[in-house]
Design a protein around this ligand. Structure first.
Ligand code: PFF
Length: 448
């Protein structure tokens, strides 16, 4: 059997690690989910709360997950187990790793459905189908797509196959290289879209909507959504960052690196908002239209633009790539878990994990059509998976990670990993022991 410690990507350099972590972080969450959540949750208030959550809670938890991974040098469950043993703590802490593995699996199932939409739009933009329908009536194409179970099924399946193929082949050469070329292209596409937005009548309104808060919109559910999204967008609470951290050399500065990843991720999310809202407002659309926002509104802009077809195709192709680099990271923990707990080789483990997530994804895509009447807890399967993970599992698992590092790992261990001096150490202690955990707990409890 393959040497377990060399079964997934080894970072060839700090840059490679930053790319992989950013590739995991930057995905549908930034370009699809963030703008529609801003729209649903009252605009700038959501953005502000989200930025606070990222800085005060997301960043320290990212550092904690990497820290555990690097010290554990193993998959999330074993890393938690090893570090808790070293520190003389209960092995029950491994449950944090287990919850992460489960969460990443659940997310992958519906993430792949949305990845399938993105693939469908890439194809539809290239062949003209999306543009034509956008010219007729906004949202028609998307609405029609959701009503076709077999079409959704086909694209979801294709997306999962590609994800599986990359994970099975190994991540290093292809993925690191693809991220290096395609992420900058995605940024260029966003910048061009923002440029287009400035020429529309909706730009000022969009800037207001995103950056000048209407405090009357602030409530518990907005804060909880912002916190959940801070976790989602940074790939936290799912063991991913622990797994990625286990391939890190001791020379990498965790805090500095986390800052880079967080800034890149946040800038891309804000840029996506400023690319999309001008178009939404210029066309008199509803910013709070939910998950269909980017799929229903952006094609309108492309239909209007010179070379819009080319540009639309490029945009959705790059969105698909961003989704893929994240989906691959989502498949990794389950694959790794199966590989270690069963006799399956890596390819078999990846196949079983992908098949299981694919099957659950089918239930998610059916909730838009055939099973739309099946609503346990008042939500369809797709929304249920999204809510369960983003609002509950991720915050609680992330809380486990930060409480563990803040309270149960001795200062020498932390100092050794973070190489902090006097003031830095004090700030880290305050943030990891109080600010971040209390923030998560307050938000979580107040939402119940
Ligand atoms: N961070 C990714 C995004 O924003 O789209 C989604 C994601 C990837 C979540 C990997 C969790 C994860 F482990």
């Amino acid at each position: 059997m393959a040497n377990k410690t060399h079964t997934h990507a080894q970072w060839s350099s700090r840059t490679a690690f930053v790319l992989a972590a950013t590739g995991s972080a930057v995905g549908l969450g930034n370009i699809w989910k963030f703008p529609y959540m801003v729209g649903e949750s009252g605009g700038a208030v959501f953005v502000l709360v989200y930025l606070c959550c990222i800085a005060l809670i997301g960043l320290p938890i990212l550092v904690s997950e990497w820290l555990v991974g690097r010290r554990g040098q193993s998959n999330p469950i074993n890393s938690m187990l090893k570090v808790s043993r070293d520190e003389g703590r209960s092995p029950a802490w491994a449950l944090v790793g287990l919850a992460g593995v489960l969460g990443s699996f659940l997310i992958l199932s519906f993430y792949s459905v949305v990845g399938g939409w993105s693939l469908n739009y890439t194809w539809g933009s290239a062949t003209g189908g999306v543009g034509e329908s956008a010219g007729v009536a906004l949202g028609d194409y998307f609405g029609a797509l959701l009503e076709q179970p077999w079409t959704l099924f086909g694209w979801h399946t294709l997306f999962m196959i590609v994800t599986f193929a990359i994970v099975a082949c190994g991540v290093k050469g292809g993925l690191e290289r693809a991220a290096k070329w395609l992420m900058p292209l995605l940024i260029v596409a966003l910048v061009v879209l923002i440029g287009y937005g400035t020429t529309t009548t909706g730009f000022g309104q969009a800037a207001d909507f995103m950056f000048s808060p209407d405090w009357s919109k602030l409530n518990g559910s907005v804060v909880l959504a912002a916190l959940g999204h801070a976790f989602f967008t940074l790939s936290l609470g799912m063991g991913i960052m622990m797994a990625y951290g286990s391939y890190l050399g001791q020379d990498v500065d965790l805090i500095k690196t986390a800052r880079t990843v967080v800034i890149l991720d946040t800038v891309i999310a804000l840029a996506a908002g400023m690319a999309i809202f001008p178009v939404v407002f210029a066309n008199g659309q509803d910013a709070g239209s939910g998950p269909g926002l980017i799929f229903a509104t952006l094609p309108v802009a492309f239909a209007d633009m010179p070379a819009g077809m080319l540009f639309g195709t490029l945009f959705f192709a790059l969105l698909t790539i961003a989704a893929l680099t994240s989906a691959i990271s989502l498949l990794e923990p389950v694959t790794e878990f199966l590989e270690e707990r069963t006799p399956l080789p890596r390819i078999g483990a990846a196949l079983v994990a992908a098949l299981a997530a694919w099957a659950l994804g089918i239930a998610a895509l059916l909730s838009f059509n055939l099973w739309s009447g099946f609503t346990p807890f008042g939500l369809g399967v797709f929304d249920l998976l999204d809510t369960l993970t983003a609002k509950f599992m991720l915050p609680l698992t992330g809380l486990g990670a930060i409480v563990f590092v803040g309270w149960f790992v001795k200062s020498e261990g932390v100092n050794q990993e973070l190489a902090l001096g006097g003031t830095g150490e004090m700030i880290w202690r305050i943030v990891s022991r109080f600010v971040a955990p209390i923030g998560v707990i307050v938000v979580f409890v107040s939402s119940l």
